[in-house]
Design a protein around this ligand. Structure first.
Ligand SMILES: Nc1ncnc2c1ncn2[C@@H]1O[C@H](COP(=O)(O)OP(=O)(O)OP(=O)(O)O)[C@@H](O)[C@H]1O
Ligand SMILES: [Mg+2]
Length: 243
């Protein structure tokens, strides 16, 4: 059975159609990559899957494990196991990273360990990502560098351990070592029961993640789908030549 099934999706924002008749099926164990020119609707798709109410689904369905989630709030979707790593992570003034992670964990899982136990888990999850311990006490994303924000998104992925992760341009702003660490964390989290939708402009991260499917999105539609060789083709020739 598919884990995520987007069927005939149309999405509008302020009466402007951004996604047209988009269908995408992702099964457990699969890593799908979406590439496409700026403004083609990739982040809009990510936001709509996560339940951002700023976008209106005017047609179509989003099924998660066979059930429609299209009317669910972002929190209900998160509880079901849907996670979004943002292209532009938001700052949350006044909330420390560790308390944010604990609250998010409590909201998505039935039980959470003691504060000390949870903090120990955060510290050990931070270490391979090269996030210094002091970040636990800093406000979420406030004053974080571009790369630090991206690492914090992956820290969230590791701590919340969803079933399905949409990862939007995690590679932009990461240095080479951080890119490897982030890809390794995603690979370690991944399992045959989980799946990933990764949005990227570059084949670089896909060399570490090895997508099972690659899709090219243009003007709100998936124009072409294939295997990892499609990403190599795009990198070599750009979008104009890719179809
Ligand atoms: N709130 C909004 N109001 C008006 N237009 C919007 C809004 N949100 C998105 N759009 C438009 O929808 C289109 C798709 O945007 P989206 O962010 O999904 O693109 P993208 O494929 O993620 O691009 P990039 O590669 O630059 O991140 C763009 O033309 C954008 O300007
Ligand atoms: Mg985007």
């Amino acid at each position: 059975m598919s884990m995520v099934f987007v069927r005939g999706l149309d999405v509008c924002v302020e009466q402007k159609v951004i996604i047209h008749n988009l269908s995408l099926e992702i099964r457990a164990g699969e890593i799908h990559a979406i590439m496409g020119p700026n403004g083609s609707g990739k982040s809009t798709l990510a936001q709509v899957i996560a339940g951002n109410p700023g976008f209106e689904v005017t047609h179509g369905e989003i099924l998660f494990e066979g059930k429609s989630i299209v009317t669910f709030s972002p929190e209900e979707r998160a509880r079901k196991g849907v996670f979004l790593a943002f292209q532009y992570p938001v700052e949350i003034p006044g909330v420390s990273l560790s308390s944010f992670l604990r609250t998010a964990y409590q909201r998505t899982h039935a039980e959470v360990g003691s504060v000390a136990e949870f903090q120990k888990e955060i510290t050990s999850a931070m270490q391979p990502l090269g996030i210094a311990e002091e970040f636990s006490d800093r406000n979420v994303n406030e004053g974080f560098s571009g790369g630090e924000k991206k690492k914090a998104e992956i820290l969230q992925l590791k701590m919340l351990d969803p079933k399905f992760a949409v990862i939007d341009e995690i590679d932009s702003g990461l240095d080479i070592d951080a890119l490897q660490a982030v890809a390794q964390s995603i690979n370690e989290w991944m399992s045959p029961e989980k799946s990933v939708l990764i949005i990227t402009h570059y084949n670089r991260i896909l060399k570490y993640l090895t997508p099972t499917h690659v899709h090219i999105m243009k003007q709100g539609r998936i124009m072409e789908s294939g295997g990892k060789e499609l990403a190599e083709q795009v990198e070599a020739m750009g979008y104009r030549e890719s179809q």
